[in-house]
Design a protein around this ligand. Structure first.
Ligand SMILES: [Zn+2]
Ligand SMILES: [Zn+2]
Length: 151
């Protein structure tokens, strides 16, 4: 993945014009921007960034590498912020081998010293059973069998 590749968050922008600068230390201006950059960090395996943008009281001591999960799509359903707190409701599609799922969560965010951090959220995971002739769950617009749902 290079800076000119499309950002994993699905914005349609190159990584360098989207989440890339946040991964390099620029503060994300809104909870939504932080959420997108954290999703991209999950997709790219940037565990240091994930830990750095986690509120200290809920931050895990470490994040084990998760090579089995591939994050294939992000949909922001709703977002709002007022003062130094915010919320983002999102849906993230992932696959683990041939198993697909959707994680949906309303995440809470807090800003301290000019930086937004992820606080917590209650995730719910739904399994997907994409058909070979259904639109691919990755959001490519192609049929599953012509994209990620093979075999
Ligand atoms: Zn992005
Ligand atoms: Zn696909």
């Amino acid at each position: 993945m290079t800076d000119t590749d499309p950002c994993p968050c699905g914005s349609g922008l190159p990584l360098a014009d989207c989440c890339g600068p946040y991964h390099r230390g620029e503060p994300a201006p809104t909870p939504e921007a932080l959420m997108r950059s954290r999703y991209s960090a999950f997709a790219l395996g940037l565990t240091d960034y994930l830990l750095a943008t986690w509120a200290p009281e809920t931050r895990p001591a470490s994040l084990p590498p998760d090579d089995a999960t591939r994050w294939v799509g992000l949909e922001i359903l709703d977002h709002e912020h007022a003062g130094d707190t915010g919320r983002v409701h999102f849906r993230a599609t992932f696959r683990e081998g041939r198993r697909w799922g959707v994680l949906e969560e309303v995440s809470r965010f807090r800003r301290e010293a000019g930086r937004w951090r992820y606080v917590d959220g209650a995730p719910s995971v739904t399994r997907l059973k994409p058909g070979r002739n259904d639109p691919c769950p990755c959001g490519s617009g192609r049929k599953g069998k012509a994209c990620c749902v093979r075999g």
